[in-house]
Write a protein that binds this ligand. Structure first.
Ligand SMILES: Nc1ncnc2c1ncn2[C@@H]1O[C@H](COP(=O)(O)OP(=O)(O)OP(=O)(O)O)[C@@H](O)[C@H]1O
Length: 362
């Protein structure tokens, strides 16, 4: 059992409270991704698990042992940073061997582990090179290789791909996915801003906002069943559209009235007490379609058309506040700027949030 358990973890810098009580149980071998807006505390939480930041209060355990006071070198973790942090004067081989030499491992064992890591990460041809003679992606693979050589119980990644260009990002992301399969028993915790990394790598995503956990769950569960408006808007790109509505008939299958006079039935239960209350209807851009009939939710003028080849994005006036409604249509479309279009969605694709932003559950 090499899980990580966080109980009521809090962090303050002086008067500034950064984390407000984090409870999280991570299983051995799980790949956990922390996401959230800038400043929400993702890196702070990761650095606390690493032992690079102190825990203000709460209990942190790795493999069943409370580690609040255990120094980083004795936690059985290895961390990969955005900045690679390689020694510039050492070869790839020596960079990977360094930690083991300090730990006085035998030469044979060092050689075995360096070559195995190089093989896993396709770095064997570069073992004699200095970091300056490598691409960004190769350097990051060396940093990952160095971490593998330490045989960590828990692998921590702090935005490891954010310095790479788009193509290298994809290649290195696939490398990390392979690594996850190879090291199936190693727990991995990964911080990123990137939706695709989070969705494709995570067993479970932890969505943080302002120092609190909003929701924890498998990627598709967060996408399909967000617990609240924050998660609904944060997961998925472009973000879910939000349309202000009023609850018409509550009950097991509620009806809502939209601006512009249309009403819609949603297969979502709403308590009787909420009849007549304002609410927000959520619908993802990819779940909207153009309607030619009368079965539409909203009608609006097209402000902008973005043809991306594989998809076309339409921006229509009429969303909540000043925000346009975004529609993602497959392939190309003959809709033009200035057209008035009607939009519909399958009832089971609709989400409904109460005035506090919590999802009405089906
Ligand atoms: N040493 C420090 N002293 C005071 N405040 C700090 C310190 N380190 C971080 N903070 C504050 O803690 C909050 C969380 O920072 P953190 O770096 O964990 O956020 P993040 O979610 O990783 O953000 P980003 O995505 O931008 O990296 C921020 O408001 C930051 O200003």
């Amino acid at each position: 059992m090499t899980g990580v358990t966080l109980k009521e973890i809090r962090k303050s810098y002086g008067q500034v409270k950064v984390l407000h009580g984090i409870d999280l149980e991570i299983e051995q071998g799980e790949f956990i991704v922390f996401v959230g807006p800038s400043g929400c505390g993702k890196s702070t939480l990761l650095r606390m698990i690493a032992g690079l930041e102190t825990v203000t209060s709460g209990q942190m355990s790795i493999d069943g042992e409370v580690v609040n006071e255990v120094p980083p070198s004795r936690r059985g973790i290895a961390m990969v940073f955005q900045s690679y942090a390689l020694y510039p004067h050492m070869t790839v081989y020596d960079n990977m061997a360094f930690g083991m030499r300090i730990a006085r491992e035998s030469k044979t064992e060092i050689d075995r582990r360096v070559r195995a890591a190089a093989d896993t990460l396709q770095l064997t041809p570069y073992l004699d090179r200095l970091p300056k003679a490598l691409s960004g992606g190769q350097r990051q693979r060396v940093a990952i290789g160095r971490a593998i050589c330490r045989n960590p119980k828990v692998f921590l990644f702090d935005e490891p791909l954010s310095n790479l260009d788009a193509a290298l990002r994809v290649a290195t992301r696939i490398e990390i996915a392979r690594l996850k399969e190879k090291l199936a028993d190693t727990t991995m915790i990964y911080v990123t801003h990137d939706q695709v990394e989070a969705m494709t790598l995570a067993d479970r995503i932890v969505v943080l906002s302002a120092g609190k956990i909003e929701q924890v769950g498998p990627p598709l569960e967060l996408y399909e069943r967000p617990a609240n408006l924050f998660v609904a808007r944060f997961i998925g790109s472009p973000a879910m559209n939000i349309l202000p509505v009023t609850i018409g008939e509550p009950g097991a299958e509620a009806s809502v009235s939209l601006k512009g006079g249309k009403s819609a039935r949603v297969p979502i239960a709403v308590p009787t007490a909420d009849k007549g209350k304002p609410a927000n209807l959520g619908v993802r851009p990819e779940d909207l379609e153009i309607s030619t009939g009368d079965d539409y939710l909203v009608e609006g003028r097209v402000l902008l058309v973005e043809a991306l080849g594989e998809v076309t994005l339409l921006y229509l006036e009429g969303g909540a506040g000043e925000e346009p409604i975004v529609v993602k249509l497959p392939g190309t479309s003959d809709v033009s700027k200035g057209d008035i279009v009607r939009l519909k969605a399958a009832p089971e694709k609709l989400h409904l949030f109460n005035t506090e932003g919590r999802t009405y559950r089906i």
